[in-house]
Design a protein around this ligand. Structure first.
Ligand SMILES: [Zn+2]
Length: 166
């Protein structure tokens, strides 16, 4: 499966399947628009009980809105503690934009913590392989201070996530 503009495709990567860049990107470049269906929090909570894999592939779009990325690129966008892309809200949808140079053949990753509010108890053991791997992915306000400062500077932590910290 490749996007219309053929910027990424889904391939085997370090952790299962992931998004792999088909061309080079510079910092700031759009990598891919994340397709999906908006769902209300109540739907997501139900899926955590009935279909946790699907729930895990939902991305937070706003305080009370998630995007079900089932079957789309978003479902294959893996986490890294040293990501090369940011998940950003643009024109009401989600996109992945490069935050540093990405070479053709590189896996495109983002940091899941940027969308985990202080009210979010979800955690994930991490196997990203980076030297600075945090071991566990958890809420944004538990990021190492230097990482958090950099993500804030790059606009990677949306307001609805920042506001959960009170
Ligand atoms: Zn990691």
């Amino acid at each position: 499966m490749a996007s219309r503009a053929a910027r990424v495709e889904i391939r085997p990567v370090r952790n299962g399947l992931g998004l792999v860049a088909l061309r080079a990107h510079r910092a700031g470049d759009l990598v891919v628009r994340v397709a999906g269906r908006p769902v209300a929090p109540a739907v997501l909570w139900r899926w955590w009980r009935t279909d946790p894999r699907r729930a895990a592939n939902c991305m937070r779009l706003a305080a009370e809105r998630y995007l079900d990325t089932e079957g789309g690129f978003g479902a294959f966008a893996n986490h890294s503690c040293r990501p090369n892309a940011a998940l950003l809200t643009e024109r009401g949808g989600l996109v992945l934009r490069a935050i540093r140079a990405i070479r053709a053949g590189d896996e495109v990753t983002h940091d899941y913590a940027t969308h985990l509010g202080a009210d979010d108890c979800w955690t994930m053991r991490c196997n990203c392989g980076e030297r600075a791997c945090r071991g566990t992915v958890r809420r944004f306000d538990r990021l190492p201070p230097a990482t958090l400062a950099r993500y804030l500077r790059l606009g990677m932590i949306p307001r609805f996530v920042r506001e959960t910290a009170g």
